[in-house]
Design a protein around this ligand. Structure first.
Ligand code: ADP
Ligand code: MG
Length: 304
């Protein structure tokens, strides 16, 4: 079932900045999607449009089949969010914030206390929000976002400001939601975390979607190829290197190491060929392409 739908969204701010254009996204129930892109790409604008906090200039935004701006209180209760800004009341204590939101969402405060405990904030219950550190505020924002056990959660940089332990807990927590049929849309500059958490990634640049898909699909779409290193025990004769070069780009390092790259590489057939020629293959290592590699590839292209 489609949970979040954006059709032909365009957003132009009052100052004339076109923050988004031609945005078409459809997210199914249970999908955990990462929204990445450079600063100013339009990620926050997009989350705010989905939440109905910002009106698109053109296009349609729907959540659970309902136009975002026509959502009822009941539908809003199925949504949670972590945004920089709205949601926390600076002049209230941690406890008072939880109480406020518990009443609004009509859930027991006990759940709030359990969440504060989970995120190590229980001892700060009496502190004013404005007196908390950025990381503590972030933990409170997380507790608040999950207070009502929402089925859809939108998160703008949820791991920013968190200390390493809290960040690791957050990543594990988000990963665990895969089994709970939650639909999540997460923006982050932490590509390592996004790669571990998300089943699909949307890459935004200058207000437009560059590519979307899982890691395999991103690599495929962008033509990012992995390299393969083959290490052998004896010197590789030149005629053999020439033969392999017909199908792959080959770099020979120290005469006993081949690095294959290019569109049509088939490491297994190269290994077979070498073995047939009586060359011992010691190891084959496939270079793993990370989300960071993909991102850097695109941003670099941006600069050219
Ligand atoms: P991101 O979250 O990816 O860093 P934003 O959605 O915050 O990007 O911003 C996208 C673009 O819209 C940027 O050029 C930014 O300067 C501009 N922008 C964001 N908010 C506003 C606003 N309230 N008024 C005018 N321009 C804005
Ligand atoms: Mg942002």
């Amino acid at each position: 079932m489609e949970t979040i739908i954006l059709k032909d969204i365009r957003k132009v701010y009052k100052n004339g900045v076109e923050a988004l254009k031609d945005i078409n996204i459809s997210i199914n129930a249970g999908e955990i999607v990462g929204l990445i892109g450079p600063n100013g790409a339009g990620k926050t604008t997009l989350l705010n449009i989905i939440l109905g906090l910002l009106k698109p200039t053109e296009g349609v935004s729907k959540i659970l089949g309902v136009d975002t701006d026509k959502m009822t209180k009941r539908e809003r209760k199925k949504i949670g969010f972590i945004l920089d800004g709205p949601g926390l009341y600076d002049d209230l204590t941690v406890d008072e914030n939880i109480k406020f939101w518990s009443e609004l969402y009509e859930v027991s405060q006990i759940r709030g206390e359990a969440l504060l405990n989970q995120w190590g904030l229980y001892e700060n219950k009496g502190s004013l929000v404005k007196e908390l550190s950025a990381g503590m505020k972030q933990k409170l924002a997380i507790s608040r976002a999950f207070l009502h056990d929402p089925s859809i959660v939108l998160m703008d940089e949820p791991t920013s400001n968190l200390d390493p332990v809290a960040r690791k807990n957050m990543v594990e927590f988000l990963k665990s939601l895969h089994d709970k049929e939650k639909t999540l849309l997460i923006t982050s500059h932490d590509l390592f975390d996004i790669e571990r958490i998300c089943s699909r990634i949307i890459l935004l640049r200058r207000g437009q979607i560059v590519v979307t898909g899982n890691m395999e699909e991103l690599k495929e779409a962008l033509g990012v190829r992995m390299g393969v290193t083959i290490k052998v025990s004896s010197k590789i004769p030149k005629d053999i290197v020439n033969e392999i070069s017909k199908d792959s780009e080959v770099n020979v390092i120290g005469e006993k190491e081949l690095i294959l790259s290019g569109d049509k590489i088939s490491p297994s057939s190269v290994v077979r060929y070498l073995v047939n020629k009586g060359i011992d293959v010691e190891r084959v290592e496939e270079e793993k392409v990370t989300l960071e590699d993909i991102y850097t590839y695109i941003v670099k292209e941006d600069e050219e």
